[in-house]
Ligand binder design. Structure first.
Ligand code: BGC
Length: 747
C-alpha cells in the first residue's frame, strides 16, 4: 500500500476498530495453544474484542498462523491482517548460545549473520515481529535475566544491539526478515538488589551515560518497535512515563514506530500504585504514547469511554493506530497476510546444515576458558589416550538451550555425551549423572509449559528411572575411579535464570558442589564445564578443578561446540562481558567503577578507611573481558600517534600482539579510556573499541585503532553529550585487568 492508502484506510475505521489495532492478545483468545511467558492477568475479553484485535502474542507455527489469520480475516470488516509477534530471542529452532554467550564472542558481525539466519527460519514459520533484541545493561548477577543480554558494558552492548537489529532485518524480503522490537525500555537491567520487577532508581547522569546508549543504538539501526519495561524511572513506571516515551524516545531520538508494553504492563500500573483502576492506567499509558497494550483488556475496554469523555483525544488514538498500520504495511501484510510462511518453507529452512554449522561456529566463539592449569585442556582424542569420564547433571541433558528459547524443540539439541561419542566412540568414554540438579526443586515453582518442574522434572539427565542420590554418586565415583581424566558438566537448573529467576545464592547448586568435591578427592585431573545463565560466584569450586570452561546455555549445537573446544578442534576465544564475582555480596559488580575519593589502591588514608570490603576483594574473580585460549599472547609497545588530540581529528593507537605459542588463535584486543579529570566523576575504565585478531603460531601483528573526540564524550546535564579538554589515559590489553597504558591530552 502507498502511505496515502494507509491514511485512507484509517479514515474508514470506526473508533472501536482503531482501538482494536492497539490491543495484543495471545493465542488462547484465538483458540490456539498458548505459550505462557511472564505474569498472567485474567483478561475477560469478548469475541468482539478479538474480532478487531490487531496483533497476536507468541503464536508460531505456519499452520496455526494461517488458521488464525484466515478465521480472523473472514470475520473482519476491513480485512486488516493480524500481525504475529513472538519471543524469538537467540534462535528459533536452531538455537544459538544465550545472549550472554553471544556477547562473549565479541563478534557483532558474526551475530548479525546469525540473526539473519534466525529471521529466515522464524519467518518461515509465521514470526513477523520478534521481541528482540533485549539490550538492557546487566550488572547484578542476582538478576535472572542476565542471560538475555550481551553484558555489562554500554559500548559493547550497543554494538550488539545494532548488529542484532540489522540481522533480523536481513535482506528486507518477507522470507528473510522479521521486524525487531528493542526492549525493555528502559533501565530494566538495574532492579534494586537484583530482584525481578523491583524498583529501578538511578540518576539521569548514569541513565544517559550507561543504560540508554544501547537502546539508542538499536533505534538508530532501525528497530521497528520499542517495548516498555516493567520498572519505574524516576518514580514513574516506564509504561506511564511520558518523559521517557514521548519526550526522549520520540522527541529526542526521533523514533516513529509503535511502542508496545511488556506483558500486562498497563494493568500493572495499578499495582505500581500510580493508577487507581484500568481507566486511569489506560489514560496514563496513552498519554505516554504507548501504542499497543500487550495482554490486558485495558485499552480494549477503557479507551472508548476515555475518548467519549474527551480525556483521550481521537487524534491520540489515530496517531497510535497509524503507527500500527504503518508497521503492517511495511511488513507487506496487506499484500500477503502470512508473509510467505508455510509448512513447506519451514521444512526448507529449519535446522538446515548451514544453520547448525553456524550455531556450532558461534558457540565455539562464545565459550570462555576461565582456568586451565597444567594444560589439562585440550583433551586428547587419539586412540589409546587417557580415558575420559563425563560426569554431572548436564552430561547428557538437552536442557542446554536455556529457558528463553521458548518455541524451540529441544529434542534437536545434541547433548555433551552424544558429542563425546562422535569424537571418542561409545567405548572411548563413560558418562554418569552423578547427582540431582538441585536438592530442592520447590523454589522453581511451576513454569508454564515446563510442567512438573517443582517435582524435579526436566533440566537433568534425560529420561529413565530416577535412581537414588547414593546410587547416582556411587556410579559416578566408580566411573571416575577407572578413568584418567574427568569432565564435570555442572550448572544452574535451566529455570534458575531467566525471567523471574532472581537469586541471592549465585554459587553452583549444593548437590553439584558435593559431587565435585567427592570426585576431586580421587586425585584425577578435573575439567569443569559450566552451564548457566548469569555470572556465578565460583570461589568455592575454582580450586576443585584444573580447568573451567564457561559454556553458558550453548544451544542446539552446544554439545558439539563444547566438545570442539574440549578436544582442541577449536581454540577458545570467548571473553567475559560480565564480571564474575568472588561472592554475591559484591553485586552489583562491574569493571567500569567510578573514581572515589578514597580508592582502595592509591589513597593516602590508612588501610581501613578506604573503599573496600573487609572480607573480600573489590575486584572480580574473573574480570570483564577475561578469557584464556590454548595459545598465549604478549601485548607490547602501546603507542599513540600524538600526545595531543584535537576535536575533529583522530588519534592513532597501536599495540603489538605476539602469539608466543605454537598454536594458532584469536585475541580479542580491547581498548579502554580513562578520563582523568572532568566536571563530573568518570569511570576508572571505559571500553571504547575492540577487535578480534587472528594470529598464526609465533606471529606478531600490529593492531591499530583510531580514537576521536566523540568517543570521549559523556552526558553533562548542561551541554548534553560533550567532551571536556584535559588528560586522558588510553589502555589496551586482553581484558579489563591486564592493560598497557599511555596518556594524551584532549585540546
Ligand atoms: C517479558 C518480555 C517478553 C514478553 C512477551 C514478558 O514477560 O518481560 O521480555 O517479550 O513477556 O512474551
Amino acid at each position: 500500500m502507498k502511505p496515502e492508502e494507509v491514511l485512507e484506510l484509517l479514515g474508514r475505521m470506526t473508533l472501536k476498530e482503531k482501538i482494536g489495532q492497539l490491543v495484543q492478545l495471545d493465542g488462547g483468545c484465538f483458540g490456539a495453544g498458548d505459550v505462557v511467558s511472564g505474569p498472567r492477568a485474567k483478561l475477560g475479553v469478548t469475541q468482539e474484542d478479538v474480532d478487531v484485535c490487531g496483533s497476536v502474542l507468541n503464536v508460531l507455527g505456519a499452520e496455526e498462523v494461517h488458521r488464525i489469520q484466515d478465521a480472523y480475516l473472514e470475520r473482519s470488516r476491513l480485512k486488516i491482517p493480524l500481525v504475529f509477534m513472538a519471543d524469538v530471542i537467540y534462535g528459533y529452532q536452531t538455537v544459538y548460545p544465550i545472549p550472554l554467550g553471544l556477547g562473549a564472542t565479541w563478534d557483532p558481525d558474526l551475530i548479525r549473520e546469525d540473526y539473519a539466519l534466525v529471521a529466515e527460519e522464524a519467518a518461515a514459520d509465521g514470526c513477523m515481529v520478534t521481541f528482540s533484541p533485549a539490550v538492557d545493561i546487566v550488572r547484578d548477577a542476582r538478576w535472572g535475566r542476565c542471560l538475555e543480554m550481551s553484558g555489562e558494558d554500554p559500548c559493547l552492548t550497543s554494538r550488539f544491539a545494532k548488529a542484532m537489529v540489522e540481522g533480523f532485518h536481513g535482506d528486507g524480503t518477507p522470507a528473510r526478515s522479521v521486524a525487531s522490537c528493542v526492549k525493555h525500555f528502559a533501565g530494566y537491567g538495574a532492579p534494586e538488589a537484583g530482584r525481578e520487577y523491583n524498583t529501578v532508581d538511578m540518576s539521569e547522569w548514569r541513565f544517559r551515560n550507561e543504560y540508554l546508549p544501547p537502546y539508542k543504538a538499536a533505534v538508530d539501526a532501525g528497530a521497528d518497535l520499542v517495548m516498555t519495561s516493567f520498572n519505574t524511572i524516576d518514580g514513574v513506571p516506564a509504561t506511564a512515563n511520558k518523559w521517557l516515551m514521548d519526550d526522549l524516545l520520540r522527541g529526542e531520538w526521533g523514533f516513529d514506530g509503535p511502542v508496545i508494553t511488556d506483558y500486562a504492563a498497563v494493568a500493572e500500573l495499578i499495582g505500581h500504585g500510580v493508577a487507581a483502576d484500568a481507566r486511569e492506567a489506560t489514560r496514563l499509558a496513552m498519554g505516554a504514547t504507548v501504542d499497543i497494550d500487550m495482554k490486558t483488556a485495558c485499552y480494549a475496554h477503557e479507551l472508548e469511554g476515555l475518548v467519549a469523555d474527551g480525556v483521550v483525544s481521537v487524534e491520540q488514538v489515530d496517531a497510535a493506530c497509524l503507527r500500527v498500520l504503518t508497521l503492517k504495511n511495511r511488513l507487506g501484510l496487506f499484500e500477503d497476510p502470512y508473509r510467505g510462511c508455510s509448512a513447506e518453507r519451514r521444512e526448507e529452512v529449519t535446522c538446515t546444515p548451514d544453520r547448525l554449522a553456524s550455531a556450532r561456529k558461534t558457540c565455539g566463539e562464545a565459550l570462555v576458558l576461565l582456568k586451565n592449569e597444567g594444560g589439562v585442556l585440550p583433551l586428547s582424542k587419539e586412540a589409546g589416550s587417557p580415558r575420559v569420564a563425563l560426569i554431572g547433571p548436564y552430561a547428557n541433558s538437552r536442557d542446554i538451550i536455556g529457558m528463553w528459547a521458548i518455541h524451540a524443540d529441544k529434542s534437536r539439541s545434541v547433548t555433551l555425551a552424544e558429542a563425546f561419542e562422535e569424537v571418542l566412540g561409545a567405548d572411548g568414554f563413560g558418562w554418569a549423572q552423578g547427582c540431582k540438579m538441585l536438592d530442592d526443586y520447590s523454589e522453581l515453582g511451576e513454569f508454564g509449559k515446563y510442567v512438573g518442574v517443582a517435582a524435579g522434572f526436566g533440566a537433568g539427565a534425560d529420561g529413565g528411572e530416577k535412581p537414588s542420590a547414593d546410587e547416582l554418586l556411587a556410579e559416578a565415583l566408580e566411573l571416575a575411579e577407572r578413568s584418567d581424566v574427568v569432565v564435570m558438566a555442572l550448572g544452574e537448573h535451566m529455570l534458575q535464570s531467566g525471567e523471574g529467576g532472581a537469586r541471592t545464592d549465585i554459587t553452583l547448586p549444593a548437590p553439584q558442589k558435593r559431587l565435585l568435591k567427592r570426585v576431586r578427592e580421587l586425585g584425577k585431573p578435573v575439567a569443569l564445564v559450566l552451564f548457566n545463565g548469569r555470572p556465578l560466584a565460583l570461589t568455592d569450586v575454582a580450586d576443585d578443578c584444573d580447568a573451567i570452561l564457561e559454556a553458558w546455555f550453548p544451544g542446539t549445537a552446544g554439545g558439539r561446540a563444547v566438545a570442539d573446544v574440549l578436544f582442541g578442534d577449536v581454540n577458545p576465544s570467548g571473553r567475559l562481558t560480565v564480571s564474575f564475582p568472588h561472592n554475591v555480596g559484591q553485586e552489583p559488580l562491574y569493571y567500569a567503577q567510578f573514581s572515589t575519593g578514597r580508592p582502595a589502591k592509591g589513597s593516602t588514608h590508612s588501610g581501613r578507611f578506604v573503599s573496600r570490603y573487609m572480607d573480600a576483594p573489590n575486584e572480580a574473580l574473573f574480570p570483564f573481558g577475561y578469557g584464556l585460549s590454548y595459545h598465549t599472547a604478549r601485548y607490547e609497545g602501546l603507542r599513540l600517534g600524538s600526545d595531543v588530540l584535537h576535536a575533529g581529528e583522530k588519534l592513532a593507537v597501536s599495540v603489538d600482539v605476539v602469539n608466543e605459542s605454537q598454536v594458532a588463535g584469536t585475541e580479542v584486543v580491547q581498548l579502554y579510556i580513562h578520563d582523568l579529570f572532568a566536571s563530573r566523576v568518570r569511570p576508572v575504565l571505559e571500553l571504547r573499541d575492540f577487535r578480534r585478531v587472528e594470529l598464526a603460531p609465533g606471529e606478531k601483528k600490529t593492531v591499530g585503532f583510531e580514537l576521536c573526540e566523540e568517543q570521549l564524550r559523556f552526558w553533562t546535564r548542561e551541554h548534553g553529550w560533550a567532551s571536556e579538554p584535559g588528560r586522558f589515559e588510553v589502555l589496551v590489553g586482553p581484558n579489563s585487568r591486564d592493560l598497557l597504558s599511555a596518556g594524551f591530552e584532549l585540546v
